[in-house]
Design a protein around this ligand. Structure first.
Ligand SMILES: C[S@@+](CC[C@H](N)C(=O)[O-])C[C@H]1O[C@@H](n2cnc3c(N)ncnc32)[C@H](O)[C@@H]1O
Length: 211
């Protein structure tokens, strides 16, 4: 299997994955409407940090993380004047360094679909641990309806390596199963759209931590 961190570092170095924008994504806009003022947000797999910047512009405090040191270095420079926004390297497949109940919101857009089922369950459990009771967990993952589904080498059920990238595709049932009894699901939706210029399909969920 390709080294996924090297692959993402190269994508971030080459400016491949997304373009700098001050316009939040639809998911970030929706999240901004529902969360409490001055929320403490943990973003996982922040990419170029557009949504992180949108959250701080809306008055929130954000710790934005990614395992790509290239992304973190570029973002730290881009947002150096934003005192409510900190970037930090974090490989979310490893245990989080954060305390229990530390965050009001965990936000992960298109960044949780890279792991085996076992690791994904561990990531969801860490997210539950670091969220305050009733804290929001908002995420979007590629779904089994995505055009890339089934392409390349199968690694396990619904997980494939294609052109070096490993992806674990979700559907509503698997998302519900990952959230399990640890979260109350406020909203779950499957849909399609264009991400980074390509047709795609997703599962989106907004849930709150049950503690
Ligand atoms: C498709 S991009 C999404 C970026 C951004 N959230 C967005 O919506 O545009 C996926 C991001 O997840 C990051 N990523 C992939 N695996 C990761 C891991 N194990 N830990 C942390 N970040 C990871 C990549 O570096 C990349 O920035």
């Amino acid at each position: 299997m390709f080294d996924q961190k090297k692959l993402w570092d190269k994508a971030h170095q080459d400016g491949e994955i997304n373009h700098y924008s001050s316009t939040p994504t639809e998911l970030a806009e929706e999240v901004i409407k529902i969360i409490q003022p001055s929320s403490k947000i943990l973003e996982l797999g922040c990419g170029v940090g557009n949504d992180s910047g949108a959250f701080t512009s809306a008055g929130h405090h954000v710790l934005a993380t990614d395992f790509s040191e290239v992304a973190i270095r570029k973002n730290s420079e881009r947002f150096k004047d934003d005192s409510n926004l900190t970037f930090e390297m974090l490989d979310m497949s490893q245990p989080f360094r954060f305390a229990d109940n530390e965050f009001d919101v965990v936000y992960a857009r298109l960044s949780l679909h890279y792991f085996t089922e076992e690791i994904t369950r561990r990531v969801f459990s860490e997210i539950h641990r670091v969220l305050k009771p009733n804290g929001y967990f908002c995420f979007m993952c590629k779904s089994t309806k995505d055009p890339l589904y089934g392409k390349g080498k199968e690694i396990e059920k619904d997980m494939f390596e294609y052109e070096g990238h490993v992806r674990h595709f979700f559907n509503e049932e698997s998302a519900r199963s990952m959230l399990d009894n640890n979260f109350k699901i406020d909203e779950i939706e499957c849909g399609d759209g264009k991400f980074y210029g390509s047709d795609s399909a997703y599962v989106k969920a907004i849930a709150t931590a049950v503690k």
